[in-house]
Design a protein around this ligand. Sequence first.
Ligand code: MN
Length: 500
Amino acid sequence: MAFENLEVWFVTGAQLLYGGDAVVAVDAHSNAMVKGLNDSGKLPFKVVYKGTANSSSEVSAAFKAANNDEKCVGIITWMHTFSPAKMWIHGLQELKKPLLHLHTQFNKEIPWETMDMDFMNLNQSAHGDREFGFINARMRRPRKVVVGFWQDEQTLAKIAVWMRVSAAWADAQSMRIIRFGDNMNNVAVTDGDKVEAEMRLGYHVDEYPIADLVAVMDQVSEADVTAMLKTYEKEYILADNVKEGGKDRKQVILAAREEIAMRRFLESKGAKAFTTSFDELSGMDQLPGLASQRLMAEGYGFGAEGDWKTAALCRTMWYMGQGLEGGSSFLEDYTLNFDGASSSILQAHMLEVCPLIAESKPRLEVHPLGIGGKNDPARLVFTTHEGTGVAATVIDMGSRFRLIVNQVDCIKSKALPKLPVASALWIPQPNLEVGAGAWILAGGTHHTSFSFALTQEYLEDYAEIAGIEMIVIDNDTTISNFKKELRMNDVYYLLNKALQ
Ligand code: MN
């Protein structure tokens, strides 16, 4: 079950100035509101009401408890009455979990005929939430501000996005990434500071020699391989040469052995993501393409050629999108198709594209791979459906991580009879000229984490929680403004620490 046992906590700001009756009313309204949020069916997991906070010590106690509770992945605050914000300072200094500030009101409309001063003393979020906003701004506290009536769909949708991202953030704090082999020699963009990544983004990166995986492969039983082949036959259309008795059947048998061994290896290490490299296949018959594709579909993050940053982002984006329509995948900018306003980029990889984004049942095929000097690898071949998605990457700028996000429109692809790999074809927003131009100016990778299920709002919430730079390329992007943003961001991040 996705997000099982996770919670976000709801803390209502108040004070005792208006007397105990007011706090009792605030408490009743908050209970009703949290019940409404949970009963809406629009949120991915449970919101737990933690009572009113009426003093500095109550705020600190609630936030300390949140820090120490594994189930709690974030805090929602709402200032029902005026809650003097100095009482939030110590708690906010200690709070380690993501924060959402909900600016709403218990009553939807003004009760013009009946409203009196008692009503005004109680229902003060219009100014109480501004007082709370100030202290967060003053403290440079990362948070998401959601404004809207608590029963409205748009409000619930924004809270739901943040909850999914907060859950993925918690997931990343215990993420272990295993690299089979190092980053591909000489490649710059896939490398980076793994110490800074663990401090800033939470995940931990290890390396194992491929020989350790080969040792596990040698222990895989024939019965397990046979069962895996049955799974392939059920889930995919098998090309003639890979069916039982086909001339390349042995390559599929090897692929099944690789998949079983890789899953066992990752499970035994408690890993949530992995990388491979065609440079490091000593003792292997072939690059584990099919295994990587199928493990991605189970939620393992993947990066090719040792690209651990993309592996981590793939896992995080898959995690956020659990249960939503539209899958996610590792992809690579493969080749360009110049066609005027419809100019596009073919997205593929030598083998490893996730079948979660397939338009129809994938074909299981075996073909030669003109790189690595190994035997012919098995792979799933498919194209993706049409639709808008989001492509993202994290790069290491030396002094900071930069998240680059591009909204892309997937269009109908064509068959590639001589290049039998899974692929997508997309037009980066606003078009190839500006989209790819901006991506290149920002230093974006040739590898991306792509999702049909997510929008840029998810990644914006992620960057806010992580405290990393985010730069968006969409239909509003112009190159001249984009260059200004890059320059301004350099100044901002240079001064950022001094501002804290
Ligand atoms: Mn690659």
